[in-house]
Design a protein around this ligand. Structure first.
Ligand code: ZN
Ligand code: MN
Length: 258
């Protein structure tokens, strides 16, 4: 029997069986976005998908296909839209994609959904999509859908960050294409990382506000890497992944009484 946790790898009768058995559905929300000269542009797809796969296995859940486009990259959290290849959706479009997926899953009988953010800028448009999806389901007579929304990178122990950043953690916003993401990619997809191309033009020196259009001297490193990526390793990625999976599993079990 096919024991995949990936929804799209199942036949429809097997999917129907697992939904009827109460499977929680994880929906990773990614992006197609530059991640420096040393990593592929699918980092925000690979990482939340990998986290979801492991958590879904822990709780008998399923992973819906990852949304591969995100809300627009912002200079202070992802480098911005000017980088070739960064390809994004309007907030409204993104929210409606999330809405439609939730509506479809709800009509299949799914009653527990976890939206897992893999791209910083998706956070609020995902909330909007979730709100619209739940509203549509209520209007269709389905009022018992339960949902969570989370950023996987928040699920990390203080001790782990202290171990990874002896000089102090720069913060998740500046972690774009930096040590955390690079280490997790070295764990999951080392074939998509070129350690020799790690730049040293960071860290970013942004002010505490945005500007439109983005001025040339805004503090964005030309490489698109916002903090430091040197020192990344698969071992560090494994420490992070362990925290992400353990802590998200615990949160989902608690909220959904699994
Ligand atoms: Zn990223
Ligand atoms: Mn991103």
């Amino acid at each position: 029997m096919n024991d995949s946790v990936y929804m799209a790898e199942l036949t429809w009768p097997e999917y129907q069986r697992r939904v009827a058995a109460g499977a929680t559905i994880f929906l990773p929300l990614g992006a197609t976005e530059q991640h420096g000269p040393h990593m592929a542009m699918n980092v925000d797809v690979v990482l939340p998908t990998g986290v979801c796969e492991r958590v879904a296995r822990n709780v008998g859940g399923l992973v819906a296909p990852t949304v591969p486009y995100g809300y627009k990259s912002q200079p202070r959290s992802g480098g911005g839209e000017a980088f070739p290849g960064t390809t994004s959706l309007d907030a409204n479009t993104f929210s409606l994609v999330v809405r439609d997926i939730i509506r479809g899953l709800g009509h299949d009988g799914v009653r527990r959904i976890v939206l897992v953010i893999g791209h910083f800028e998706n956070a609020w448009p995902a909330v909007e999509g979730l709100d619209l999806g739940l509203r549509e389901l209520r209007r269709d007579g389905i009022a018992d859908m339960q949902a969570m929304r989370l950023e996987y990178w928040d699920f990390v122990r203080r001790e782990t960050l202290d171990r990874l950043f002896p000089g102090g953690f720069p913060g998740t916003e500046l972690e774009h294409a930096s040590l955390l993401e690079t280490s997790l990619m070295l764990l999951l997809r080392p074939d998509l990382v070129d350690m020799e191309k790690i730049p040293d033009d960071g860290p970013a020196t942004f002010p505490t506000y945005d500007r439109f259009p983005v001025p040339a001297d805004f503090g964005l490193p030309p490489s698109g890497v916002l903090a430091r990526a040197d020192g990344s390793s698969a071992e560090k990625g494994a420490l992070l992944m362990q925290d992400h999976v353990e802590l998200i599993t615990a949160a989902v079990r608690k909220e959904f009484s699994l």
